[in-house]
Design a protein around this ligand. Structure first.
Ligand SMILES: Nc1ncnc2c1ncn2[C@@H]1O[C@H](COP(=O)(O)OP(=O)(O)OP(=O)(O)O)[C@@H](O)[C@H]1O
Ligand SMILES: [Mg+2]
Length: 467
């Protein structure tokens, strides 16, 4: 049995309110099986999936994946299991906005060093092709439709060849037609790759495509037919309120009353004195408070400015290699782009300083890189997409071949970024590294094709993710 869950329960308890999100769930799925779960909002579907996927510890019960009691594993083994054997497609967008489609997909394999980068990228390319996105490899999530983003998320869930895929309403925000396409795609991939699929969906027609459909009803997981039977309503359990200091004061009120009777006028005098003191202290306190608040505002304003600057320099400004062409005689023209993605106001990039290195053994050996024309400017004003060019002279006899016959090249780009043309303290230092594989001048395509399979002729350069 690929997946076996017995007597699963989960309660959330924040001290004031207890919610029994899952009251009892038994679940079995054979290797390669397709199980769907339907149920009303709040019935506990996501909680169930989070427990099965090793994301949320159950309050009770056990989960076995390929015979292993997952919640008895060490933290490390659990995170390994989580990354390698389970693929997730979530209810909401979950792609990293600053990474292209292809590196979003390859990332889980690169993170755990589960695959060499070449293998991860070959698999990512294959998966993106199979989900119909071979022409959107370099698109950022913000440039893709909801359906396309979901396809990328599916490809990403499969990168490590999981044996179990958990999909939590992967299509709930899409139109009906796209929804059907995406589920059909998941189903086709399941047949190809042989993973077991646990799909939560609100769409009963799509759920019916599964080998077995279950319904979550108020925390209970039932076969769909049995789900029609009434279930005892579950209400959040309100815990008894703890005894507060105020309550203790009320309880003591009788004693206070006795004291009051003992010396009423003494209390009145004390009360007047206390009132005067309270006013004096109050004024002092307010003055102090005002100063503190003012200082706090200053600090917050400064922090907000720095956050805005960081956002501008890291998210709003994008930069990478745009193009590389051969000039012959070991020389290449390298075009780097800087892009202001919001284009509301210019971004000033000061003294961009780019260096190139080629990997030789485990070292990076610098290769001459000469700026051309606008790349020599000390301040670049970026309003839209700006290209700047360099001539790279890379004459290295022996180099490390991570990809057979190709050089592994790194460009390091140091920039100071500011929203002002003459900044005072509003400068953000950014250092980017761009990695590529570059085809050397002195090797012909036929030789490369003997060792590496490319669909056409070997490309001059291949983009790599930051690593
Ligand atoms: N982290 C949490 N802390 C407290 N209560 C939670 C938490 N997560 C979920 N719940 C509660 O548990 C119950 C089940 O939530 P869950 O998200 O599993 O439902 P669902 O069936 O996935 O709903 P939906 O269809 O809206 O996604 C709900 O009452 C919810 O408010
Ligand atoms: Mg949910």
């Amino acid at each position: 049995m690929m997946l076996r869950a017995v007597g699963l329960r989960k309660s959330y308890d924040d001290g004031e309110r207890r919610v029994d999100a899952v009251l009892g769930a038994d679940l079995n799925a054979e290797a390669g099986a397709f199980v769907s779960i339907v149920g009303r909002s709040g019935s506990g579907k996501s909680t169930l999936l989070a427990m099965v996927g090793a994301l949320t510890r159950p309050s009770g019960g056990e989960i076995f994946i390929a015979g292993e009691n997952i919640w008895a594993l060490s933290e490390r083994a659990l995170s390994d299991l989580h990354r390698r054997r389970i693929g997730f497609v979530f209810q909401f967008e979950s792609l990293l906005p600053n990474l292209r489609a292809i590196d979003n997909v390859a990332l889980p394999a690169l993170l755990g060093a589960d695959m060499r980068p070449e293998a991860a990228y070959t698999r990512a390319l294959d998966l993106l092709t199979r989900v119909g996105l071979s022409d959107r490899l370099s698109a950022f999530p913000g440039q893709m439709s909801g359906g396309e983003q979901r396809r990328v998320a599916i490809a990403r869930a499969l990168i490590n060849r999981p044996r179990l895929v958990l999909a939590d309403e992967p299509t709930s925000d899409l139109d009906e037609e796209t929804e059907e396409e995406i589920i059909a795609l998941l189903e086709a991939l399941r047949k190809d790759e042989g993973f077991a699929l646990l799909l939560v969906t609100h769409n009963r027609e799509l759920a019916a495509l599964a080998d077995c459909t279950l319904e979550m009803r108020q925390g209970l997981l039932l076969p769909v037919d049995a789900a029609a039977a009434p279930v005892r309503p579950v209400r959040p359990v309100i815990l008894p309120a703890p005894v507060t200091p105020e309550a203790a004061v009320v309880a003591d009120a009788e004693g206070v009353e006795a004291l009051r009777r003992l010396g009423g006028h003494l209390w009145a005098t004390f009360g007047r004195l206390a009132a005067v003191a309270a006013v004096v202290f109050g004024v002092a306190f307010l003055a102090n408070e005002a100063v503190a608040r003012y200082q706090q505002c200053q600090v917050e304003a400064q922090r907000a400015r720095l956050d805005a600057l960081e956002e501008l320099a890291t998210s709003t400004l994008r930069s990478d290699i745009a193009e590389i062409t051969r000039l012959g005689n070991h020389r290449y023209q390298v075009t780097i782009y800087l892009e202001n993605t919001k284009a509301e106001a210019p971004i000033y990039v000061m003294s961009p300083n780019v260096q190139a290195f080629v990997q030789v053994g485990s070292n990076w050996q610098e290769a001459p890189l000469m700026p051309v024309a606008e790349a020599t400017a000390s301040v670049l004003i970026v309003t839209g997409r700006l290209l700047y060019k360099f001539v790279l002279d890379i004459n290295v006899e022996k180099f490390t071949e991570l990809l057979p016959h190709y050089m592994h090249v790194r460009f390091s780009n140091n920039m100071l970024v500011s929203p002002e043309s003459a900044p005072k303290d509003e400068l953000f230092q950014r250092n980017d590294n761009y990695f590529i594989y570059l085809k050397p001048d002195n090797v012909d395509d036929a030789t490369i094709l003997q060792d590496v399979r490319f669909p056409g002729s070997p490309p001059l350069w291949i983009w790599m993710p930051p690593h």
